[in-house]
Ligand binder design. Structure first.
Ligand code: GLN
Ligand code: ZN
Length: 745
């Protein structure tokens, strides 16, 4: 049995990717040296495949920023002349919009056709051939034409088929220059229409004329049109049997052509548990009964995992032996093949969690409907809040974090390494809070934050405080560009041994008369950005988290904190790829959030979500029963606003007016445009003014200038708007239009 693997993380063992690219941005590394560093990363990846017994793997998986963007350059949608120009599209003033890649926390740059007028595709950069020339042998990896187009924006539905045909011709030319290609088509697992399937069939007929052997790889879920898929003129087909178990049923039903190879994804590329090899071998036997030529593979690209467990000395040994990161997953792939061939016995691993907390289990068990539903309606709560806070129209706030300067990071590194004491670190954090509170008062913001200086990452921070969750030392995953984070591992029952954030927030509140916002990460986001145990239902994990967060909010209430933000940026991303699987997901997702915030009506609950396709889930968002939401808008250029036309949204909302993912300072006029557009559908008395997201990646300079503009804008809006209406004043009801233009449906 042969083995196949793909998608090995490009982050580098010592985060070389981040270091070299950021050094280039800083002008410290030349273009040539940066390219060399990228080539070295590619070499390391190939060595990892080889060393761990993988027979076949693609080349060219490394990118300077994002493979979708590379594909766009390849076919001439964008034509940067050099590396500097390349990065202009990624992070400059006119950076492309970024959105989440399927239901993962990876963000890709979205090629936007609307901004381009008529696109003429051409072979602008034959990345595949370049790699082949460089590495002499191997199968170049590229994103398939259907996925590329499906995930781009600005192509009118009526023109999609024609555009795909044009694009396919260019792909055909590229494929004609190489003998073999690893072509990734994850969009094949979406719920596609008959017409789209027909377009795919057409496109692949054209690609086949290139003479290039195509390994067509799908992942993240099952393919609904498996019958047609297996008939496409390709050499090999990769299927996900982990997150797409329906693939096995379809395979049994429709069979698999003799002449083709089935790349059987049996090792989970999206979670860190060691593979249950015995079970995988059973599945492999079922697959082999249908398909003649089978190779064992990972079921999704491995870049969703950290590189290796080596160096994770601080992990509990019992937890560690149940884990496998990318490198160890390669071993799992090899082991499945060997066990299948009878060359080796499967390791006996008890994969069940051992870490029980009876108290938390009982609390979850005892939950009733009342635990998930606040007694007071949003209007009733609003009346209480208006009296209590007496905020002006267009209140201003920020999303929580402030610049994590080198100094902040150094202090944290120092305390971790024992170079400074806990006490010294605490003093530093307190001093930062004092400075920030003063600064926010000076800037004229209305609802203040403490700045999150003590937090590394919004999930890791809570993971460190909660029982049942482990954190890693070097388990970096790229979330976009060069930005990496370390997802924690939820391995057992979760409990809160002590308050997690009260000290800092309470202290910050003593420094000001303005309301200080408590800051928590919601249960869905903690789950989405962690690796989660699979031995209990996910709802159970979510409710344990929900209870811990509720306890924390109750502690805020005792400490006199009256505004609490529970961040849920991952709510859309975590939704299953197929909409038919949504109801069961949103059931636990919404309930766990509502459980977290089910405290006193006096507490104004905010939530924050970053960018995503919110149009599709505005009803679910509305069901979350918070009081105020802040949400990204600048990158999606206000598209999101249309979705609020659909429902009678009674809650307050802050549409982010400053794109914090770019160092550019927004002008007052730019921000005003967004507000004015939004005010067509959102009543002004419901409107907050805030940035898109937290400011931790920004510098102080642009933070100061941008927030100054933002506060000025709010003051200007107040002047031109009539006095604030009384609580409960009637709001315009906007009906949904009969033809839905709000989303991609
Ligand atoms: N409160 C967090 C921050 O400001 C929210 C970040 C996020 O949504 N990704 O950093
Ligand atoms: Zn955000």
């Amino acid at each position: 049995m042969k083995t196949y693997a793909y998608g090995f993380p490009r982050v580098g063992k010592n985060r070389e990717f981040k270091k070299s690219v950021e050094a280039f941005w800083a002008g410290e590394l030349s273009e040539k040296k940066t390219q060399e560093a990228l080539v070295q990363i590619q070499k390391d990846i190939l060595a990892a495949y080889e060393k761990n017994g993988i027979d076949q793997f693609p080349i060219g998986e490394v990118t300077g920023y994002d493979p979708m963007f590379d594909a766009a350059i390849m076919v001439g949608v964008y034509r940067p002349k050099n590396l500097k120009a390349y990065y202009e599209f990624c992070r400059g003033k006119n950076a492309l919009e970024m959105t989440k890649w399927f239901n993962t926390n990876y963000h890709y740059l979205v090629p936007d056709f609307s901004a381009l007028g008529a696109v003429k595709f051409s072979v602008n950069w034959n990345k595949a051939k370049e790699y082949l020339d460089q590495f002499k042998k191997g199968t170049p990896s590229i994103i398939g034409p259907f996925t590329f187009l499906k995930l781009s924006k600005g192509i009118p539905a009526a023109k999609f088929g024609k555009t795909l045909q044009q694009l396919t011709k260019v792909y055909q030319k590229i494929l004609a220059t190489i003998p073999e290609v690893h072509l990734e088509e994850p969009a094949f697992v979406l719920e596609l229409s008959k017409e789209e399937v027909a377009m795919i069939q057409e496109a692949y007929k054209v690609l086949a004329t290139s003479g290039c052997k195509i390994r067509l790889i799908t992942y993240y879920d099952s393919v609904d049109f498996l019958k047609e898929l297996t008939q496409l003129p390709v050499d090999a087909i990769g299927l996900d049997f982990v997150n797409g178990p329906a693939n096995l049923q379809s395979l049994k039903k429709y069979g698999f052509p003799k002449g083709k190879t089935l790349i059987a994804g049996l090792v989970n590329g999206r979670n860190v548990w060691r593979t249950d090899v015995k079970k995988a071998v059973e599945t492999l036997k079922e697959i082999s009964a249908v398909a003649k030529n089978v190779v064992v593979s990972n079921a999704a690209p491995l870049f969703h995992l950290p590189i290796s467990l080596e160096g994770e000395g601080k992990l509990d040994a019992e937890v560690k032996k149940r884990l496998a990161f990318a490198q160890e997953k390669l071993e799992d792939i090899r082991e499945i093949a060997n066990v299948f061939d009878g060359k080796q016995k499967a390791r006996d691993l008890n994969l069940n969690g051992l870490w029980k907390n009876e108290k938390m289990r009982n609390r979850v068990q005892a939950l009733t409907a009342a635990d998930f539903q606040k007694k007071e309606s949003v209007e009733e709560r609003r009346a209480i809040h208006e009296k209590q806070f007496n905020l002006p129209l267009f209140p201003t706030t920020t999303i929580g974090s402030f610049p994590q300067t080198p100094e902040v990071r150094k202090q944290r590194a120092d305390v971790r390494a024992g170079r400074i004491s806990e006490e010294q670190y605490k003093t530093f954090v307190r001093k930062s809070i004092v400075d920030l509170v003063k600064w926010q008062e000076k800037m004229g913001l209305d609802v203040l934050v403490h700045g999150e200086f003590e937090r590394t990452d919004m999930v890791e921070f809570f993971a460190e405080k909660l029982n049942g969750i482990a954190t890693t030392q070097g388990g970096w995953i790229i979330s976009y560009g060069t930005r990496a984070y370390r997802p924690p591992v939820i391995f057992g029952d979760i409990s809160r041994p002590a308050p997690m954030t009260i000290d800092e927030i309470q202290y910050a509140q003593t420094l000001t008369k303005k309301p200080m916002k408590g800051m928590l990460t919601g249960p869905v986001t903690i789950i989405a950005w962690s690796f989660v145990r699979e031995d209990v239902p996910i709802a159970e994990v979510a409710y344990q988290l929900g209870l811990c967060l509720q306890d924390e909010i109750r502690d805020y209430e005792k400490a006199g904190i009256r505004i609490v933000q529970v961040d849920e940026p991952a709510i859309r991303e975590k939704a299953p790829i197929k909409k038919r699987d949504w109801p069961s997901y949103f059931d636990w997702a919404i309930n766990s959030f509502k459980l977290s915030i089910n405290t006193e009506p006096q507490t104004q609950i905010h939530t924050h979500m970053c960018y995503s396709e919110f149009g599709e889930i505005v009803e679910q968002i509305d069901a979350m029963d918070f009081d105020v939401i802040s949400i990204e808008t600048t990158r999606s250029r206000g598209d999101i606003i249309e979705s609020f036309e659909r429902i009678d949204f009674k809650k307050q909302i802050g549409l982010g007016v400053w794109d914090i993912h770019s160092p550019a300072v927004p002008t007052k006029a730019q921000m005003k445009k967004i507000v004015q557009r939004a005010l067509k559908v959102i009543p002004k008395e419901n409107f907050w003014i805030n940035p898109d997201c937290g400011l931790k990646t920004r510098g102080w300079k642009e933070t100061e200038s941008s927030l100054k503009n933002l506060v000025e804008l709010s003051k200007e809006l107040r002047k031109s708007a009539p006095a604030k209406p009384k609580a409960g004043a009637s709001r315009r009801r906007v009906m949904a239009s009969s033809s839905c233009q709000c989303c991609e449906c």
